[in-house]
Ligand binder design. Structure first.
Ligand SMILES: [Mn+2]
Length: 318
């Protein structure tokens, strides 16, 4: 039989969730299942799930939004914005399968899956302890300091950068498969991960320089627009590394798939966060968590993005 696991793509917690769910499924549900993967990304509008994604005998979504499809048999999420519509939420609330779970208080979906698998299905999550620990730190943004995640000395953080940065989906899939039976340290320090990390580190250092040049700090908010520089993303802690006094960051970037407004808050801010970022992002069609969120627009909606960014900066500056 075939299990299809759809996970939050290019996200450490998404990958760790897929590995944790796979190990659990193979140990406790069907040990002869063949497992296939698919990364899911947030896109503008509601077209998250394309036609034939649920093509397994069982289909799971981990660390990503709910789908009311009757082909979805397992679901785990921990995002505040877990539902595309109130109808989807009602569908979830009415579910009696005992295989669909949401807990928005969890720092990582990985630890949530491990907890449910352990307490409801007798799974031993101990061999995944390190993976669960780092998913908690990374997705919960519970780093020791901005320097820890900007300088990227920890192997787990190097793997995180590779997962976020590599365009090679089949490599990410291999990482998931490896993480189901090898230690996080072994996978993160492998030659394959190292070879992919080096160019990412180079770009990361360039991005740091560009943000240093372009970022403007005022009234607790760091803002920068990297659309003209062509950088698609950035390490979200760079702003707090450069501006330790900042409470919030609002940034605009553009890639081939989308224009993106990233909104974040500084975990080490001297003045605490006063806004729920998911709630702000939801108003513009985005979502996320109270502490970090994003809005995806079409690639040609740069001006719309700039206008929204301006409004969000004004709101967070109050
Ligand atoms: Mn997550």
């Amino acid at each position: 039989m075939k299990l299809r696991v759809l996970y939050h793509g290019h996200c450490f917690d998404g990958v760790a969730s897929a590995a944790t769910f796979t190990r659990f499924y193979l140990e406790r549900i069907h040990n002869d299942a063949s497992v296939e993967y698919g990364g899911l990304l947030h896109r503008p509008g509601n077209l998250l799930f394309e036609g034939n994604m649920f093509d397994g005998d069982e289909n799971a979504i981990v660390d990503f939004k709910y789908s009311p499809s009757e082909k979805l048999t397992w679901w785990f999420d921990h995002h505040q914005s877990a539902f595309l519509t109130p109808q989807d939420e009602a569908h979830f609330r009415a579910d009696k399968s005992g295989k669909k779970f949401l807990d928005a208080t969890r720092k990582s979906c990985t630890e949530f899956i491990a907890f449910i698998a352990q307490t409801k299905f007798g799974f031993d999550s101990e061999p995944l302890r390190d993976l669960i620990h780092w998913a908690h730190i990374i997705d919960g943004a519970l780093y020791e300091s901005p320097a820890q995640c900007v300088e990227l000395k920890e192997p787990a953080l190097q793997l995180m950068q590779v997962i976020e940065g590599t365009p090679d989906e089949s490599f990410i899939e291999q990482v998931i498969r490896d993480l189901t039976h090898r230690s996080l340290h072994e996978v993160a320090t492998s030659a394959e991960v190292g070879a992919r990390f080096q160019p990412i580190l180079k770009t990361h250092r360039e991005t740091l320089e560009v943000i240093k040049r372009k970022a403007v700090y005022q009234d607790g908010v760091v803002q920068f627009d990297l659309v003209d520089e062509g950088y698609e993303g950035f390490n979200k802690f760079i702003p707090y590394y450069l501006f330790p006094e900042a409470t919030y960051t609002v940034a605009l970037t553009r890639g081939p798939q989308r224009t993106k407004i990233s909104v974040g808050s500084n975990p080490w801010a001297p003045r605490p966060r006063r806004h729920n970022i998911a709630t702000i992002c939801e108003r513009y069609g985005g979502g996320g968590h109270a502490v970090v969120g994003a809005i995806s627009l079409a690639p040609d909606e740069v001006e719309k993005g700039r206008a929204a960014m301006k409004e969000i900066v004004a709101e967070l500056s109050q």
